[in-house]
Each structure stands twice: as structure tokens, then as C-alpha cells.
Design a protein around this ligand. Sequence first.
Ligand code: IPE
Ligand code: IPE
Ligand code: MG
Length: 240
Amino acid sequence: METDISKLVIPRHVALILDGNGRWAKKRGLPRTAGHKQGCVTVEKTVEDAARLGIDYLTVYGFSTENWKRSVEEVGALMQLFRYYLKRLLKIARVNNVRVKMIGDRTRFDQDIIEGIDRLESETADNTGMTFVIAVNYGGRDEIRRAVKQMMRDAKSGILDPDAVTEDTVASYLDTAGIPDPDLLIRTSGEIRLSNYLLWQLAYSEIYITDCLWPDFNREELVKAIAQYNTRERRFGGAK
Ligand code: IPE
Ligand code: IPE
Ligand code: MG
């Protein structure tokens, strides 16, 4: 039975760990890269579905700081896909009035990719619809390390007073500065772990794990996760 969406509270920020591209391909006797290709098609559809559902922020984990450990072939194929989607996203973002932002350490990418990221961010900056955040070469620990480094530099140069550091100060040094914390985290493919994703930001997010492999994820799965989120009681440490 189709869920009545009008009765659901739509989470403001949904974070996604898109996992299972490799398993999806293996099940079909295809190379892992075929799973990544199909996974990109699913990302594109999910951006449109999320925007239409009224989600304000969608953050997806595309490539972790640990994913460089994969074979040269797989990393190379992922970079090629990334190149292609940087261009394609310009159009998708325009059509859907979506603002795109990348988090993670982009300095490790090839120059043309860095330029593609900069262009995508600047050309979509004035779009007023959903914000689509892509985590690439992203690791929660690396993000915190980079933030600490900058805070220490600023303290040393006198811009930042160590005694005045609040949680908001720390948040303002993270890649996600200005973006509210995720309300809902969805991970596909059944693994129950964070894999170094948004370690600071997920402190009070509701977690939803589905066995669905990422390339098979669709609007129905997204609505299911939101419906499950609607049954949760968020307490933030308080008591009733
Ligand atoms: C997620 O799918 C995509 C990336 C991490 C880039 P995987 O490639 O991790 O797929 P599995 O986990 O091997 O099935
Ligand atoms: C997490 O998936 C990273 C991304 C989805 C980009 P992984 O497949 O890399 O995570 P582990 O290795 O199973 O923890
Ligand atoms: Mg995986």
C-alpha cells in the first residue's frame, strides 16, 4: 500500500550512505564498475525524488578517504564517473533548482576535477531549492583534523580566542558549516556502521538501515525510510 506522504513529517536533512554497488554487480555477474554506473543513475533519481518530497538538504557519501585503498582500476573508474557527473549535475541542478556543495578534501583530486567541483558549486549557488551535498574524499576524522588545524592556526594568529570556543565554533570550522545536522541517516545494503561518515554531525540523527542494494534504491524506499523516521521519538537526551 502506498504511504500517504501528505501525513508525513519530511526530515529537513537526509544523509545517505550509498552502499552495495559492488554486490549489485556481482549478483548479475558484472564488474564492480557496472554497479557504480547504475549507482550514479540512482543518485540522479534520488536527487529529483528528494527535491520533490520537500527535503531541504540531501547529503550522499560518494567516496571516502578510505576508498583510495581499492584497486587502481576501480578508483580510476570512479574518478571517470565523477568527471562525467560533474558536468551532468550542472543540468540536473538547473532543472530541479538544486544547489550543489561538495564536502571532503578536494585537493587530492586531479586539477580538472577540482575545477569541475568549483564550477558546479558557483553555478548552482543561487538556486533556491534543495541543497545537494556530495561527500567526496570525505572522512569524518579527516574533516575534524582539518578543522582543528585551522582553529589552531587562527588561535595562533589571534583571530580565535580559545576560551570562547563553543560547539557552534567547532561546527563553523567543519566542511558542513551552515548546514543543519542530518535528521535521518539512511544506509543501504545492510551494514550497520558509520564508515567514518559525518562523525560530528550525526550525533543525534535517527538511523535507518535497509538491505536494499544502492542501485535498487528508489522513491518507494526513500518514502519507507521517512515513514519509519515518523515513528521515532527524538529525545535529544531529555526525558518525558
Ligand atoms: C558503494 O558501493 C560505493 C562506494 C563506496 C564508492 P560499494 O562499492 O562499497 O559496494 P559493496 O559494498 O562492495 O557492495
Ligand atoms: C562507505 O562505504 C563509503 C561510501 C559509501 C562512499 P564502504 O563500502 O566504503 O564502507 P565499508 O568499507 O563497508 O565500511
Ligand atoms: Mg561497500
